[in-house]
Design a protein around this ligand. Structure first.
Ligand code: MN
Length: 293
């Protein structure tokens, strides 16, 4: 068991429509876990009809947005013409590559939202790939030591998720219908993060509050995970990313000039990002660059 870890508190942020989120990545303490470079957790929240998520047209580059839905339904639209409702238990994966724009909104009758949205940084070799969108309604599910596991990405304990990623990484959702004590095999070449989405939970003997992330550097061969009845935790991991990336606003890129160009292209309504049709509302404007371009 590794005694070598970092506890990363979440910070409060807001996404479209004023929906509060707990953000654990990136953090001053940790920028990436494998290629996972962003982790927002929204809910579980209840709201009046019409008061849900509403994120207007905005761009992305150099990353995959990975949406894991737990409660509620959210409609995705993008500039490739995709329109996809995501329901609980499903994953939406949008590969931005060189550029895409999208919207996300709770539909009219919705009153609940519980979701995790993560970003996966694309390695330089594929960072400028053509954008695409994939919806995964069915993921590998199994029971492990009394816990319900869903494999969100990568390979774990002999299973393989269909989700197309571009570097070695994993994601697993764990839900405990009863108290469980798990001993899970880890790949010692990977680094990992464990975060209770509804807590508390204990990982490697460390008591974690909801939305408190425990980072495990490479070298650990086993994860001891104790989940009290009714709790849920996310396990993410991957080979250390090893590339220097810049994350700013909705862009990931290799170097500030790339990000500055993306900002200019979005503000100029460049065809690089295309247009999202069917969303009733204004596009999101990029803030000014925080450095001299
Ligand atoms: Mn987005």
């Amino acid at each position: 068991m590794s005694e070598n870890f970092t506890r990363i508190p979440s910070r409060a942020a807001e996404i479209g429509g004023g929906v509060p989120v707990a953000r654990t990545l990136p953090s001053r303490l940790r920028r990436t876990i494998g290629a996972w470079c962003f982790l927002d957790h929204a809910g579980p929240a209840h709201f009046a009809p019409g008061q849900g998520l509403r994120v207007g047209p905005h761009p992305h580059t150099g990353l995959q947005t990975f949406t894991w839905m737990l409660e509620g339904e959210v409609l995705h639209r993008d500039s490739l013409g995709n329109e996809q409702l995501i329901r609980p238990g499903q994953v939406n994966l949008m590969t931005a590559g060189r550029g895409i724009a999208h919207t996300e909104e709770s539909l009219a009758g919705q009153t609940r939202l519980h979701t995790a949205q993560l970003w996966i940084a694309l390695p330089a070799s594929v960072a400028d790939m053509a954008p695409r969108f994939d919806h995964y309604p069915d993921l590998p599910r199994w029971t492990e030591g009394g816990a319900q596991a869903v494999l969100l990405a990568g390979g774990f304990m002999g299973r393989q998720a269909p989700v197309v990623v571009h570097s070695p990484l994993i994601g697993v959702d764990w839900y405990a219908p009863q108290d469980v004590a798990l001993n899970l095999p880890l790949d010692p070449t990977f680094e990992y993060g464990v975060v209770p989405l509804t807590g508390p939970a204990t990982a490697q003997g460390q008591a974690l509050a909801a939305d408190e992330l425990l980072y495990l550097p490479p070298g650990a061969g086993t994860l001891r995970l104790d989940l009290p009845a009714g709790t849920r935790a996310l396990l993410i991991g991957g080979a250390p990313f090893g590339e220097d990336i810049t994350i700013w606003w909705n862009f990931v890129g290799h170097g500030k000039p790339y990000i500055a160009q993306a900002q200019r292209d979005w503000q100029a309504s460049s065809t690089r990002f295309g247009a999202v049709h069917g969303y009733d509302g204004p596009r999101l404007e990029a803030p000014p660059l925080p450095w001299a371009a």
